[in-house]
Design a protein around this ligand. Sequence first.
Ligand SMILES: *Cc1c(COP(=O)(O)O)cnc(C)c1O
Length: 489
Amino acid sequence: MNFIQTRGCEKNKEQTVTFSQAILSPIASFGGLYVPESLPQLGEDFLNKHLNSSYKKLASDILSKFEIDIEQSVIDEALSLYEKFDDPDNPVPVVKLKENLYVSELYHGPTRAFKDMALQPFGKVLSSVAQKREENYLILAATSGDTGPAALETFKNQKNIQVVCMYPAKGTSDVQRLQMVTEDAKNLKVIGIKGNFDDAQAALKNLLASESFKNALKDKNISLSAANSVNFGRIIFQIVYHIHNYLELVRQDGISMGEKVYLNVPSGNFGNVLGGFYAQNMGLPVEKLVISSNQNNILTRLIQTGIYDIREGDLKLTTSPAMDILKSSNVERILYALYGADRTRELMQDLDSKNIYTLSSYELVKLQEVFIADYCSDDEGKAYIKAAFEDGYLMDPHTATCFKTYETKCNPAIKSIIYSTAEWTKFSPVIADALTGEVDAKDSVALESIAKEANVEIPAIIKGLFDKKIVHDWVIEKEDIEKEILKFL
Ligand SMILES: *Cc1c(COP(=O)(O)O)cnc(C)c1O
């Protein structure tokens, strides 16, 4: 299958590209993104046939329906990385909380957040494509705390790939920072940027615009790629677990085949829920895709009013930082699917030039046929964490936002799957605060107090971080970043 472009095609460019091309250079004509030409259809037969398949077998059969230009042996090797998850036979446990309410736990991989679901296999695929072409790629990542660790973990020691990861020195939890600065491999470089996530992103943007940087890369024969969720190579792996979750509910006698369910996703860059949108369009019975946001409620406002408005530009720092976002990249792929390329180009040009776009009332109706949304404040989130804990379930602040939407927007007679995107260990100070009222505890202290309160073990990978050697101890001004990276390359 080939890939087409959300904003249409520039005159001198190819109309369509292969999957390999789309993942190596993920930015398409007019600054758009790549999407599959069409979506394969699964049908109830497919779902019935896979009722008893392993996760790996299900993933492999879904991927083969996309007919991508990646050898089966590479796909097999990539999917075998799910064997590194806590339970190799069940990498994505689905837990029943109460009648009609389930949680899909996407965080059982090596870096304890949902980013591993896609980045683990994607790292293998990207590196093999680069090796096969005998080309060298640089992945530049600015992270608020979950993408960075997952990208470093997947690309460490992979051939033909180098990774530079920039994190805000004052913006991540201790655990997230330690996951990055202790990651030791020749092809990885981790740099703390003085400031917050905006500063890290600004540093990345400056770098991408710098002529001297581009020329230096050219001299060294290195091309740029990207590992964030604009890359379809990540999205394809994020279709699988939505289908797995559905089958899991059938297996657990929660639903009969064909019954519709809510998929309730804590959303930031919209990559996770985009996988659900594609799964639905491939035939998965979905009642609504439920978007849960924090106080940066840009997505909720879009879905409720049809207006995407970032003119104020006021990003708030919340206790669910992976969803602190104004420009949510993958919304563009939804615009394309619902309104086509010409309209998507128009809307995205409005956003770039005026920081706002407005859907017509007809377009809004189409959006609302698919999505419902609400947002959750930090205090509400804390209360949900505490309430769930009292009912016996420990969860992180991103997952907590889904409980608000569940209460305000979902019909409780219809079954809901809430997506849990991070383990409690990654955001322990917030959770300790919610459970015991301990304010601003260090991660090392908060982890211990939650472990005691909840009678759970701190996983060895997290505990071990505090004794690991710090190999990347640079924290620099964003102006010095180019020099530092060129030294590394
Ligand atoms: C990345 C992330 C999200 C947001 O996912 P998107 O695909 O960007 O919408 C939510 N929660 C956690 C913990 C994350 O790491």
